[in-house]
Design a protein around this ligand. Sequence first.
Ligand SMILES: NC(=O)C1=CN([C@@H]2O[C@H](COP(=O)(O)OP(=O)(O)OC[C@H]3O[C@@H](n4cnc5c(N)ncnc54)[C@H](O)[C@@H]3O)[C@@H](O)[C@H]2O)C=CC1
Ligand SMILES: O=C(O)C(=O)COP(=O)(O)O
Length: 633
Amino acid sequence: MPDQPTPLPYLIIDFDSTFTQVEGLDELADIALENSPEREKIVGQIRALTDRGMSGELGFAESLKQRLALLPARREHLPLLVERLQGKVSESIRRNRSFFEQFPGRVYIVSSGFREFIEPVVGEFGIAPEFVLANTFTFDKDDHITGFDPDNVLSRDGGKIEQLRRLHLTGPVYVLGDGYTDYQMREAGLADRFYAFTENVARPAVVAQADKVLPSFDEFLYQNKLPMSLSYPKNRIKVLLLENPDPRAAELLRQEGYQVELVPGGLDEDELVERIEGVSLLGIRSKTQVTARVLEAANRLIGIGAFCIGTNQIDLTECLKKGVAVFNAPFSNTRSVVELALGEILLLARRVPEKNALMHAGKWDKSAGGAFEVRGKKLGIVGYGNIGSQLSVVAEAIGLQVFYFDIAEKLQLGNATRCRTLAELLAQADIVTLHVDGRPENTNLFGAEEFARMKPGALFLNNARGPVVDVPALAAALRSGHLDGAAVDVFPYEPKTNDEPFESELRGLPNVLLTPHIGGSTAEAQRNIAEFVPERLMQYINTGNTQQSVNFPNIQLPEQAAHRLMHIHHNVPGVLAQINQVLAAHSVNILGQYLKTNEHIGYVITDVDKQYEPALIEKLREIEHTIKFRVLY
Ligand SMILES: NC(=O)C1=CN([C@@H]2O[C@H](COP(=O)(O)OP(=O)(O)OC[C@H]3O[C@@H](n4cnc5c(N)ncnc54)[C@H](O)[C@@H]3O)[C@@H](O)[C@H]2O)C=CC1
Ligand SMILES: O=C(O)C(=O)COP(=O)(O)O
């Protein structure tokens, strides 16, 4: 929480595209021309004039005159405009409404827009009419807007400068705005600082002149240690997204206000160590290895999003010890893998990979040799989790008899038969497909011995994880003719980018379908993942909710009542007691408390009354065994 508020300087805030997300006159034109066939054309012309005026390209008075000349607006349109603008107040201004209410008399709206629509919008934030300095419309006897009051200083070039001068403010003055005319008040020496407000629009010519750039009003409040509605400005949260998740992921995270950086392809350990400093959220897919060394360098990391199912590439225990919550998308690409596996089974059974290669080489090899229907054949599924069990249902629908083996007790679906051992499954299956996870114990789960146990002429599929299969042993089983074909999507080593060549003993073998780890790479799956994972990460940041985290104790929290203190600590006895002692010593009223632990960490969430001394936070941070501590309000 910020320390005691410093005395607030005078704030001169622009209205159009700063206080609100839009330009008032553009919106008025849109309303006034609602039923006109010329609407798009005229609104476009007005917008272009606004832009030219704002960037300093066209004199302000000229831009205003030309815009009003194009505008067929009437008095009756103004209430509609006000209603529209009230719904378009900038997000960060809206959420900090109580700040404006707290400091009446310190905030001026100085705008070349019009009092008729500004006053009612800012009035809702406790800004009184005498603190609104803006133009006024002129009307004819039929209530058409005819122009602006030329005696108003704000209608002239340099109007804001003159207006500010006339205010005779004593003490520091800060200007916040998106336009060149806002900067000019600073240039004229009337303001101490100019903050370019870029939440809605960033004009390079204006940004270049700024003392500071504000992606949000939260950032202004944070920098100046003023009371704010968020515990931390979202624009300070840096997100690093690797391996090309669907663009929707970056879009959602940016919409939330985070700074998002994209790195196509993966990064190796050294590269990631270099890039991870200052990053709060890391997004990866199956390739990026998040090792203890990477986590050591991750000085601000709060959460990791695996934009896939598997999380074996992440050192989950080390993440816990560092208080980093990991989330994945456990079901978003399940169906895609199932469909790929089914297609592969059908194609291998008909020797399509081999026939296809021959055709491309100009050879016509029509024969039924080695081709069979899958109806009535035995499919052995190793790993009956989300993918294995869904494949079971779909495979039965086309007449396969399903057998499965899983080390965990699993609900048997449809007519599937459970095998007690892997050997039992291997002895009878015509097709064996792997859907186990990539835990270290599964490395080389399939080697020479397992292939030898498979029926002669059987087919083999690996769409799970590369290291689960001893590839030279598989290649040998295929070369010897013991296996009739294989489909492999995952490899112990996978190229880092599409530019790196692919090496494998499996290359060139007949009836072997090789795919570049695309089991989950469909438009549907990638889009689902790109919505699911950011949602989990944002919920964790905004509420502390760890539901569906793969490493943190799962806590589904009720809606936050007041301030929420989130304490992550090593799981040793007595930490909760210490937290409560500190709270009691500061006479803090606890509204709710939630604790969950696992082998390594304890996660305590305490909702407290808003009344507490800032020193309390320091005391909570200092508790021994604390890993991370955050406050939400
Ligand atoms: N090729 C691709 O693009 C994709 C690959 N995958 C991989 O598929 C794997 C499976 O995914 P889900 O079904 O969603 O995971 P899941 O966690 O729901 O299922 C894995 C199942 O394997 C079982 N298992 C683990 N080790 C075993 C062993 N040695 N023997 C028998 N059973 C064992 C587990 O008990 C669990 O039931 C993922 O871990 C991931 O590595 C997932 C999505 C896409
Ligand atoms: O979801 C998984 O576990 C996968 O293997 C898919 O990985 P990818 O997102 O394609 O790198």
